[in-house]
Structures are given as structure tokens and as C-alpha cells.
Design a protein around this ligand. Structure first.
Ligand code: PLP
Length: 438
């Protein structure tokens, strides 16, 4: 439980003040700095479902590092596997290592689209590689993505993730300093709109290199895909022989070891996985059809270059092997999905009890509370207009009562195998209290 706010400077505040001198915004990313909206915070320990600050304050963690922590912080078998890998050497960086083959074989076995796989260290690298493979295969430049989907920070895809209302329907760069040519080559469409995809293919089909999507877009909380939308996208891309990329950086291994592609029965050509693949260790992969991946099998003078000094880093792969095996052997997804249903149902009841205008959305281990909007959102436009101020109040109130999630109203809560009914009861009690004061 966190300490009451006093006039004394906390250790967290001192650290963040020092950080602001030497790190832009005082955190590694602007999104991380948003944690300070509810008070400066510096964490120094995590275990199970708990995050501990440098002041010794404990929070139940619903942030989980933006999603990678699926088994809980410090899951012993995973950490042990990583430690053993470190003992054998962190990086050989030449030839291949048995661990690479073992994890690659697991991805091939589990994810329907994957016949071959290349490792990297982050989701952004994976989507970058996927697009390069697709451009090489088609010889085309343009890609199509969907409003509200995030695929990483690079110029190809950091477009129209959170476009302003008057910027819908056109490529909106999310950052200054992006290459205009990259943005121009990224077309956008509303999620769940199969007709828009067909229209774009009629107009630009001959220039398209790839279609990329989060099969369940969680970058705006949660948009549930319509089955016919996923099938239309699959059919249209298959007819045009344009690779379909599923960005399963969040959904893969968090929602199912078979990914959303297994869950919805729609198989893409290329798949990106990261986050829950390694329960917090930096490991990611791009996989897919053999004819697409094998373009990267050259000698760096031919074919597609996929490179990275730390790609296939051994502690990351050891963590991935153990995380995958645990997810397959234990009922991790059953536990987090059932718990997710209980959080969602409890929160919906509380919103109704308190007469608060809002909705609870989500899928399996992920949920979001959005104030000032109702109904199930189908696309990014349906997210617009949510009450940001009220969410900030909610996040601050929950944090004061020992429950941490990022105070960004567009983001989401995550659950892990370490969360339990006790956490649920404490969370709902606190939410009841906070809703009563909103
Ligand atoms: N794709 C999705 C769906 C994501 O949520 C993220 C990160 O949040 C990325 C790609 C980028 O991954 P990374 O932050 O590891 O580069």
C-alpha cells in the first residue's frame, strides 16, 4: 500500500528529479513518463503481481511493463533458465546455438502461419523486418495499416495510431522527424471495415507490399475484430498475393500460445511476436511462410538483410523457451481469461451501481475502463471522445489505494498468472470507493 502524500520529498521524487536532468522527460519513453501524472514514481523491485518503489510502497501491478509479464514478475523457472543461459555465455554472435533452434521449433509448432523464424529483440524490429520481407517479395512500396493500431516506433508504421479527429482517413505521423516518403507510403483504413480494405485494394492493389494489423487492437484498449473483417482482409490479400502481417506482439502468448490467428482461425503470411514470448526478457521474432522468410537466408550480399548483434540473445531465448513451455503446460490462459471476465463483470456492475457513464472493454487478460463513452468500440473513431480527465482521477484514486496502471486513458490493464481472487476483491473494493468519489 502506498504511503500517504506528505509535504516531505520522497525518494521517488528525488530520483525522478535527478532523472529529469539526464534523461529526457525523466523516463525512457514519453509513455513511461506518463506515470508521473499521478505522482513521481521510481520502482526498484517486482515480484509476482507486486511492484515496489524505492520508498518501499507496494502496488498491485496492472501495467506489467505494457504487457510482457504474463506469468508474473520474477517467475522462478524463467529466471532460472535465463541465469543458466548466462552461465553458458550471453552472446556467441556467430553460427547458431541450440537454443535458437529449440525456440524456433516451438514457434513453428504453435503458430499456424510460421514455417520459419528470425529472432530479434523488440516488437518494432519484428514489424520492420516483416515489412522489408514483404516489400522484397512484392517489389512494391505501399503498406496498409489501421487507425488505432500500433506496430512500433519506426517511420513505416508510427502513423495514425492516435490521429486527431480531423486527421482520420489520412496518414497522420505520430512523431516529428519522420521521413515524409515513409508516411506517404503508409495507407490507413478504419479497423473492422472490410469494404474500405477492398476499396483500397481496387485503387492501390498493384502498389501494395503488405497489410499489417493487430488482430485484436489493444493499443487503444481493445477493439474486438469482426470475424468477417479478418476473413475479408485474408481473402483480399491472398487474391492480390500481398503478404498479410499479423502483429501479435501483444496477442501472441498473452491470449493464446497459438496467437489470435489460432483463436480466430485466420492465418496470415507473416507474424510478429514479442512481449509475452519472454515474460519480460528482450526477445522477439518475425516468422511466416518459408518462401517469404527464406529471402533472408542469403549472405548479406544477396536477398533480404535481417541483422542485429543481439538477435537470438541467449538469456532472452532461454526465457522464451521456459515461458512457452509453462504456457503450454499450465492453464495460464484459462486462469487469466477467467480472472479477466471477473474484473470486467465487477467493474461493469460498479459503473452501473454508481450511475457512471462509461464502459469496460477487453479480451481475456486485458481490460480497460473508458469513461464518457458507451457501447462496444469497433474502430478508433469509437474511442474518440472518452473522458480523459475522469480516467486520470480514477488512476490517481486507484494508485492511492495501492493499484498501479498507467494513467493513459487509451491504454489497458493486464493480468498475469500471479494475479488472483484476492487481488480482484481488493481492486473492486478500491474501485467502488474511487467511483463513489468521482
Ligand atoms: N506491436 C504492438 C502491437 C505493440 O503493442 C508494440 C509495443 O507496445 C510494438 C509492436 C512494438 O514493440 P516494442 O516496444 O517491443 O518495440
Amino acid at each position: 500500500m502506498n504511503s500517504e502524500t506528505t509535504n516531505e520529498t520522497t525518494e521517488s521524487e528525488r530520483i525522478v528529479e535527478r532523472a529529469r536532468e539526464v534523461i529526457p522527460g525523466g523516463a525512457q519513453t514519453g509513455l513511461r513518463a506518463q506515470a508521473y501524472d499521478t505522482g513521481e514514481v521510481a520502482f526498484e523491485r517486482s515480484k509476482g503481481a507486486t511492484l515496489t518503489t524505492v520508498d518501499g510502497d507496494e502496488y498491485t501491478d496492472y501495467h506489467l511493463g505494457f504487457g510482457p509479464i504474463i506469468l508474473g514478475h520474477g517467475y522462478e523457472a524463467v529466471d532460472e533458465a535465463a541465469r543458466n543461459a548466462i552461465d553458458d555465455g550471453v552472446l556467441y554472435g556467430t553460427g547458431t546455438a541450440p537454443l535458437e533452434v529449440e525456440v524456433a521449433e516451438r514457434l513453428v509448432d504453435l503458430l499456424p502461419s510460421i514455417e520459419q523464424v528470425n529472432f530479434c529483440n523488440s516488437g518494432s524490429e519484428a514489424t520492420y523486418h516483416a515489412i522489408r520481407l514483404a516489400r522484397a517479395y512484392t517489389g512494391n512500396d505501399k503498406i496498409l495499416k489501421f487507425e488505432g493500431c500500433y506496430h512500433g516506433w519506426h517511420d513505416y508504421v508510427d502513423v495514425s495510431v492516435y490521429p486527431p479527429e480531423d486527421g482520420l482517413g489520412e496518414g497522420h505521423p505520430e512523431s516529428e522527424g519522420m521521413l515524409p516518403a515513409a508516411v506517404e507510403n503508409t495507407l490507413v483504413a478504419p479497423f473492422n471495415d472490410g469494404e474500405a480494405v477492398e476499396e483500397i485494394f481496387r485503387e492501390h492493389g498493384d502498389d501494395l507490399a503488405a497489410v499489417i494489423l493487430e488482430p485484436v487492437p489493444h493499443s487503444v484498449g481493445c477493439l474486438l475484430p469482426r470475424q468477417e473483417f479478418l476473413e475479408t482482409v485474408r481473402d483480399v490479400t491472398a487474391d492480390a498475393d500481398v503478404p498479410l502481417i499479423f502483429d501479435e506482439v501483444i496477442t501472441g502468448f498473452r491470449h493464446s500460445p497459438h496467437g489470435a490467428q489460432g483463436e480466430f482461425g485466420v492465418t496470415p503470411d507473416l507474424t510478429c511476436v514479442a512481449k509475452a514470448l519472454g515474460n519480460g526478457y528482450p526477445v522477439a521474432a518475425v516468422g511466416g511462410r518459408e518462401d517469404l522468410l527464406s529471402q533472408a537466408g542469403g549472405d548479406n550480399k544477396s536477398g533480404v538483410v535481417i541483422s542485429g548483434t543481439y538477435s537470438g540473445n541467449l538469456p532472452g531465448l532461454a526465457a522464451a523457451r521456459e515461458t512457452i513451455d509453462t504456457i503450454v503446460a499450465e492453464d495460464v490462459q484459462g486462469h487469466v481469461s477467467d480472472l479477466g471476465d471477473e474484473y470486467r463483470a465487477g467493474l461493469r456492475d460498479l459503473l452501473a451501481d454508481h450511475g457512471i457513464d462509461g464502459r469496460v472493454i477487453g479480451h481475456r487478460s486485458i481490460f480497460s475502463v473508458q469513461f464518457g463513452v458507451t457501447g462496444e468500440p469497433e474502430n478508433y473513431e469509437d474511442i474518440l471522445g472518452l473522458d480523459e480527465e475522469r480516467f486520470h482521477e480514477f488512476a490517481a484514486g486507484m494508485r492511492n489505494r495501492g493499484h498501479f496502471f498507467t494513467p493513459n486513458p487509451y491504454k489497458r490493464h493486464h493480468l498475469s498468472f500471479a494475479h488472483d481472487e484476492e487481488n480482484l476483491a481488493a481492486y473492486l473494493d478500491a474501485a467502488d470507493d474511487v467511483f463513489g468519489n468521482l
